[in-house]
Design a protein around this ligand. Structure first.
Ligand code: CP3
Length: 341
């Protein structure tokens, strides 16, 4: 309950910690299950496997929260843009033009694939003790849409944004559809047992000041408004990666916590923490490298932020190949810290 307590501004015994991509390739038990499951898609769409993977880092490290093993790209898949996974290359969505998307993509009621995620959440919830919170998640429309248009994985995101600005009416329709589907998927996860929703906007940092409002901040707030209208008690964490001095613009009554990267000075984060709960911001590279620097950086973050509501996390997902002993060391430092104050 530490995590949910913090998000509810209640006292906690321990400072909560979980890490993005905590169920992933750095874990030998994940790699083993992946081999046995014949690929990523079979893991995502198999509730038993997805639930087992979700629980792996909880069993090993005792994090304060489990995040359901899934992917942000299942939304376009559910809307009708087929998702596949190429080993070594990552996820790939079927190639579609803007016009084809407008013609072919739609929300299907009682979507079978999304139900598999809800099934995985129900299974996981039964196995978690009440001290460990369950996080559901979605991708923000901007980040999801960039993958929808970048089928070759060229990462020419600025070019894609230019095409959005040239086709405002069409892109608005696509974003509307994504917002609705994303909010519904978040609500589906909440109904299945998720207690917190994290919204990932991994690519928000590529936008300039004008575009940021239109393609990241406003769509995220509209999604939060829909979720909170139906589920007023649910807590929402927003992660607009690499937006630097613009994190502060995400402060909103329907956003409970802002997850910050390492692209912002600690004293700037402190200003945000005056108004909103903060999550972050240890570099995954620092965790990967371990040693004295890991201890120094972790303690610096703890000293700066632990006196106000704060969730310890990384600035982005844990890197494959991160030594298990470094994760153990990190948890030990965080767990022991309260004693030092
Ligand atoms: O955090 C967790 O433990 C929950 C699981 C989770 C996954 N994807 C599983 C996954 C979460 C929260 C995501 C979100 C996600 N997926 C994002 C946003 C967050 C971020 O990290 O930026 C994005 C952009 C995606 C799309 C995606 N999925 C990419 C670009 C890739 C390939 C790159 C990579 O990290 O391998 C994936 C694959 C993926 N999603 C893996 C996992 C564990 C790796 C699968 C494997 O090859 O073993």
């Amino acid at each position: 309950m530490n995590l949910l307590n913090i998000l509810n501004n209640k006292e906690t015994k321990k400072l909560p910690i979980w890490i993005m991509r905590q169920a992933g390739r750095y874990l030998p038990e994940f790699r083993k299950l992946k081999k046995e499951s014949k690929g990523f898609m079979n893991m995502v769409y198999n509730p038993k496997i997805a639930s087992n993977i979700t629980l792996q880092p909880i069993k090993r490290f005792g994090f304060d929260a489990a995040i359901i093993f899934s992917d942000i790209l299942i939304i376009p898949d559910a809307l009708g843009q087929k998702l596949s996974y190429q080993e070594g290359k990552g996820p790939k969505l079927e190639k579609m033009s803007m016009d084809e998307m407008l013609k072919k993509l739609s929300i299907k009621k009682n979507n079978k694939k999304l139900k598999l995620v809800y099934e995985a959440i129900k299974r996981t919830k039964k196995k978690l003790n009440k001290n460990t919170n369950l996080i559901g998640f979605v991708g923000a429309p901007l980040t999801v849409s960039l993958f929808m248009f970048d089928n070759e994985r060229k990462k020419e995101y600025i070019k894609i944004i230019r095409s959005y600005n040239k086709n405002k009416i069409k892109i608005k329709k696509i974003f509307n559809l994504l917002e609705k589907a994303t909010a519904e998927h978040a609500i589906g996860q909440i109904n299945a047992g998720a207690e917190i929703i994290q919204i990932f906007d991994t690519w928000a940092g590529i936008l300039n000041n004008n575009n940021l409002n239109e393609y990241s901040i406003k769509p995220i707030i509209r999604i939060c408004n829909i979720i909170k209208r139906k589920k007023p008690k649910i807590k929402i964490i927003v992660f607009p990666r690499n937006v630097g001095k613009n994190y502060i613009k995400y402060i909103n009554k329907n956003i409970d916590c802002i997850s910050v990267g390492e692209d912002i000075k600690l004293k700037e984060i402190k200003k945000i923490q005056e108004k909103k709960i903060i999550q972050g911001n240890l570099s995954p590279k620092t965790l990967f490298n371990g040693g004295n620097k890991l201890e120094k950086k972790t303690k610096e973050i703890l000293r700066k932020f632990s006196k106000k509501p704060f969730i310890f996390n990384l600035s982005h997902g844990i890197m494959p190949g991160t030594p298990i002993k470094n994760v153990e060391k990190l948890i030990k430092i965080v767990r022991n810290f309260k004693n030092e104050i």
